[in-house]
Write a protein that binds this ligand. Sequence first.
Ligand SMILES: Cc1cc2nc3c(=O)[nH]c(=O)nc-3n(C[C@H](O)[C@H](O)[C@H](O)COP(=O)(O)OP(=O)(O)OC[C@H]3O[C@@H](n4cnc5c(N)ncnc54)[C@H](O)[C@@H]3O)c2cc1C
Length: 320
Amino acid sequence: MTTLVFLEHHGDEILKTSLGVLSKAAEVGGQVEGVLVGSGVEPLASSAGKFGASTVLVADDPRLEAALPQPRVDVLAALVRDRGHENVLLAQSILGADVAAGLAARLEAGLNWQLTDVLTRDGELVGRQPALSDSVVCEVGWTETPRLALFRAGALDPVASGGEARVERVEPELEDFSLTAEMVEQAHEESEGPSIEDADVIVAGGRGLGGPENFTLVEDLAKALGGAVAATRAVVDAGWYPYQTQVGQTGKTVSPKLYIACGISGAIQHKVGMQASNVIVSINKDPNAPIFEYSDLGVVGDVHAIVPKLTELVRARRGG
Ligand SMILES: Cc1cc2nc3c(=O)[nH]c(=O)nc-3n(C[C@H](O)[C@H](O)[C@H](O)COP(=O)(O)OP(=O)(O)OC[C@H]3O[C@@H](n4cnc5c(N)ncnc54)[C@H](O)[C@@H]3O)c2cc1C
């Protein structure tokens, strides 16, 4: 089985979500190649060997500087045609989803998306895809190759297996129509600390905080723990906190070591985004809040009283 994994990068790092997909491809087996597309990206390539790529194909060209999908579709489509990859795996992101959809159209290939896992059975690739608000997991397949698969961000953890990748440059042949879109502006969000996809600790705030001004409570605790801040859809919809921090069915899937939920009821749509966390701690004034049903530790009380005390204790322990 031959598999190509799209390695998306931001700045000088390959995204953790892409490395998670790469590790899973290596676990499934066969020949696994990664592809990096961009400008000045060659130095990043060798790092993918640690996560299971035997070869990293690098399309390094100034015309690929902007993170636009169509030129990437050109590169991946040519590789699949020339090298005969049977599987193409990508991690979910705005760019990853656009590339996957474009590639499916270009290659007339079947795409299964929102996958959380993949395995082989009797030599066939089988994807796992949660459905019905994540209350069931379906198994999905492909009727022909190439098989395209898009994985939920955060569903797969990178596993460093310690190998080395051969780096091979490929010359991108870009279609004229792929170069008609241009990136007019790219904004960089200033933020301190890790993103919620990368954080080992997440402190999440819900409507129980009472208002946007009270997010300082969760921000302070997250900072003391070296973690990131997340939010529920209720507070994102209310404009209290930005969408990129939303965890859940219509937000991100996260799996930190510690998830502290502050003033969050624990609706199923929130649960599906964070239930894979190692340890879940919840603070809620309602002892019957559904979140307590799947928390490792539940504190019944007012977030305004408990969270600042917790922050103080953490700071005291850490000496800061
Ligand atoms: C199609 C669909 C997709 C959705 N996608 C998502 C998603 O991706 N992510 C998501 O989060 N939601 C999602 N939702 C919304 C979800 O159903 C819930 O409405 C939402 O998660 C509730 O957010 P919340 O817990 O902040 O608010 P609430 O449900 O209002 O809960 C607030 C909690 O705070 C507690 N509280 C109040 N005051 C205090 C206090 N002072 N101290 C301690 N506790 C207090 C209350 O007891 C309550 O349990 C989706 C819904 C639909 C229909």
